[in-house]
Design a protein around this ligand. Structure first.
Ligand code: ATP
Ligand code: MG
Ligand code: MG
Ligand code: MG
Length: 426
């Protein structure tokens, strides 16, 4: 049986349940409680030595010797508790008839799950009561991720992540986008800049893809009017920040432009970049008008937008040419700016997107101006000579967006096995 399905209506039914022994509480020689857990649900199992039920005192002793987190099978009968149980468990109990240990956990785990599961509110309460609780550090959690992932909040985070990915796919599929997969071993850097992992590919210099950018555009050149990809993205980020990983999941889309670009976002606040710079200036932050916003400036703009427009979600558009990737389309009316945008949640970037250059001459010129060796991306540039439609697209970081949706303070919390400049294990 699934623990999460057990409710009043199951009373009297015989069940067989496999779960992890989250807590084991001996009461006397004749009685003990074992709390079994399956992902987010727990149920209290009651062992009472009685000849009628076929439960011996040895069996009770045997069960109380299980180490926490061991995998246990219980055969028993569902009963209704005399008094209400903790709100976090199912509101039924299992009267145990038989209990088996399927696989033991070591007696002392490197992380105590109860400590790992505590919330900030628990710590505040304990401090008021003068109690001292163990705080499990981020690195310890990540070192022993197979235990840390069992906390209810981690179980929730990765379910939310799965749903976000799923919604992205569902929405784009409903708009006739085709899901594609592009190579991650590529010959030249796709985004330029230093943040690229280099390697040898059969003796030839190669890179890990910093985005599916070049290939999703080539798919558009290949006659797929609308494409999307969910796949790994590699960036050799050279510092540890709360929002950058060295490997993350990119949610990318690219489409021919035949209609208004903001078709699906028309209720969202849209601010021109110049207005953002002006707001920052008025609030005392000087920004190089043709330069990029650093993380601090972005966060400050997020606060200013919140005060002025009462929203945490907004789009900044028309970025200066100098701060966008080489393939970004300059504005027709002023080529110092681009037809580009970023989307922010609480002043943190979750999406970058733009119209792309679709003529090979301008594309080669911009690549050269950005210091990219055109010979490493010649096949990409040539694709635009064979009949290439106007197009644009965007990329979202899955871990980044889930971090901000859930108001978490570190992207390592939304990556199951994060890769950062220091971490390659587990
Ligand atoms: P940032 O300004 O935060 O460094 P970026 O502008 O370099 O991001 P883009 O190249 O625009 O990033 O990538 C598209 C999206 O991918 C970003 O909006 C963000 O959601 C996500 N992203 C970018 N870099 C990382 C990273 N190192 N780790 C996790 N997600 C990232
Ligand atoms: Mg970056
Ligand atoms: Mg950025
Ligand atoms: Mg960006």
């Amino acid at each position: 049986s699934q623990i999460g399905d057990l409710d009043d209506s199951a009373a009297g039914r015989s069940v067989l349940i496999r779960g992890a022994a989250q807590a084991i509480r001996p009461v006397s020689k004749k009685m003990a409680f074992v709390v079994l857990r399956q992902s987010m649900s727990t149920v209290q199992c009651v062992l009472v030595a009685s000849a009628d039920a076929g439960v011996s005192t040895q069996m009770v002793r045997f069960a109380t010797a299980f180490s926490k987190e061991s995998i246990v099978d219980v055969e028993g009968v569902v009963s209704l508790p005399k008094e209400p149980l903790k709100a976090t468990t199912q509101q039924v109990e299992i009267q145990v008839r038989k209990i088996y240990c399927i696989n033991r956990a070591i007696p002392t785990l490197p992380i105590n799950l109860e400590d790992a599961a505590r919330s900030e509110a628990d710590f505040e309460k304990a401090e008021l009561a003068g109690e001292k609780l163990v705080r499990v550090g981020q690195d310890t959690r990540l070192n022993y991720r197979a235990i840390d992932l069992r906390t209810p909040s981690n179980q929730a985070v990765f379910r939310i992540q799965c749903q976000v990915e799923n919604k992205f796919r569902e929405f784009l599929l409903s708009k006739d986008f085709v899901g594609i997969h592009t190579p991650k071993l590529i010959s030249g850097s796709s985004e330029g800049g230093a943040a690229v992992f280099k390697l040898l590919y059969n003796g030839q210099p190669a890179c890990l893809a910093q985005s599916p950018q070049l290939y999703k555009q080539m798919a558009i050149c290949g006659g797929f009017e609308r494409v999307f990809e969910v796949g790994p993205v590699f960036r050799a980020e050279n510092s540890n920040t709360h929002r950058h990983l060295c490997e993350f999941v990119g949610l990318d889309a690219e489409m021919e432009i035949k209609e208004h670009y903001f078709e699906y976002l028309d209720k969202t606040l849209k601010l021109p970049y110049e207005e953002g710079v002006q707001m920052l200036k008025e609030a005392g932050t000087e920004i190089e008008p043709m330069g990029d916003l650093n993380t601090e400036a972005e966060k400050k703009l997020g606060r200013l937008v919140r005060e002025k427009y009462n929203t945490d979600f907004f789009i900044l558009y028309r970025y200066p040419l100098a701060v966008r990737p080489f393939y970004t389309m300059p504005c027709y009316d002023n080529p110092a700016y681009t037809n580009s945008f970023d989307v922010f949640i609480r002043g943190e970037e979750i999406i970058s997107g733009a119209q792309r250059i679709h003529t090979p001459e301008l594309l080669a010129k911009r690549a050269t101006e950005c210091g990219i060796d055109v010979s490493t991306i010649s096949a990409y540039i040539e694709s635009f000579s064979y009949g290439a439609p106007p197009h644009g697209g965007f990329g979202v970081g899955l871990e980044r967006v889930v971090m901000l949706f859930c108001a978490l303070n570190n992207i390592r919390k939304t990556s199951m096995f994060p890769r950062d400049p220091q971490r390659l294990v587990p």
